[in-house]
Design a protein around this ligand. Structure first.
Ligand code: DP6
Length: 331
């Protein structure tokens, strides 16, 4: 199966694309990570994952049909070269919708998060792009189809269609139509995420190639799907019970286990920088002193701290520069 074959039944023959509304999708942080694909073309995962969306932090995207033979991709007010990795991925995604008379687009995309800094901008980017395509081509897709569509751009994008806690069920079908995300009904006012920005520059190895290298070369990877399946259940139980320590411990353990599989790859994949490890040690020290604070990390050097509103002052005393996000608002 190819992405073209998945999208084909959704296309509206004879409808010409129009300028879309500006669409927004939030960034998301995985508490149980997606790491490894069973199908590289369709971004079908080997394990289910669960994330929390970052409210107002994310991507705004608008599509305008233009009379050119190439797309023009603008990121944060700058026109990207056609050779940039991001423009190529965006154009490949738009190719899925171009039929006999191909239309090209000006794609204006604006991130309120540092691009490619391990803060999942590709997730919100492809989710916002899927929403803009749906509007421009008048596809009238439902939430499940939109999630599948966003997944074709970037796996974790399927979770960025929703606010709050979001679960991506891995699915079993070869066409991936049962591999999409749904929001959980639970909320958690007072839950805080603190962004520790160690390095906002683009990473040398993106998640896509990092997870492929891990899958192909890391012997430790074999235990990952089993652990992820157990972690996601424990995280869902902790969310239902509002058990913060259970949630934080499982999320941190899941992230460290993912990083262990990366380090067991060849050549080794180490996203940490000295400051990342220093921040981890501060978290462990604070926990030993009785402060309930945990962290998670994606394929990058930045930490995302997890804590509750009641601990915010103490956390900020040790991490004064963090940006604090309240995914469910304040109590
Ligand atoms: C570590 O969704 O960026 O952030 O499907 O190849 O586009 P592709 O990968 P991507 O991988 C995200 C990996 C992660 C964990 C997660 O968000 O679940």
């Amino acid at each position: 199966m190819t992405p073209h074959e998945i999208v084909k039944p959704w296309l509206n023959a004879g409808v010409s694309p129009v300028k879309s509304e500006e669409k927004f999708a939030p960034s998301n942080i995985a508490l149980c990570k997606y790491w490894g694909k069973r199908d590289k073309l369709l971004n079908l995962p080997i394990n289910p994952s669960l994330s929390v969306s970052l409210a107002h932090l994310g991507t705004h995207t608008c599509l305008t049909p233009i009379d050119h033979d190439e797309d023009e991709v603008w990121l944060n007010g700058l026109c990207l070269s056609e050779d940039s990795a991001f423009s190529k991925r965006v154009s490949l995604f738009l190719d899925l919708f171009r039929q006999s008379k191909p239309t090209h687009f000006k794609v204006e995309t604006r991130n309120s998060i540092p691009t490619a800094a391990g803060l999942a901008s590709s997730a919100s980017g492809f989710a916002a792009l899927a929403l803009a395509v749906n509007d421009s081509f008048q596809l009238h897709l439902d939430a499940q189809q939109l999630s599948v569509l966003a997944r074709l751009g970037s796996g974790s994008a399927c979770r960025s269609l929703f606010d709050g806690f979001v679960e991506w069920q891995m699915g079993e079908r070869a066409d991936g139509l049962d591999s999409y995300a749904t929001p959980l009904s639970e909320t958690w006012s007072g839950l805080c995420i603190g962004l520790v920005k160690v390095d906002a520059r683009e990473k040398a190895t993106d998640s896509r190639s990092g997870m492929q290298r891990t899958l192909e070369t890391a012997h430790l990877y074999q235990s990952w799907p089993i652990q992820a399946a157990m972690d996601i259940q424990a995280i869902k139980d902790a969310i239902s019970a509002h058990d913060f320590e259970g949630l934080g411990a499982k999320a941190e353990h899941n992230a460290m286990s993912m990083h262990a599989t990366m380090m067991a790859s060849w050549p080794p994949l180490v996203y940490w920088q000295p400051e990342s490890l220093m921040a981890m040690q501060t978290v462990w020290k604070l926990r030993a002193q009785g402060l309930p604070v945990y962290f998670t990390m994606d394929a990058g050097p930045n930490l995302k701290l997890l804590f509750e509103r009641a601990s915010a002052d103490d956390v900020l005393a040790h991490f004064p520069d963090i940006e604090v996000i309240h995914p469910f608002g304040l109590i």
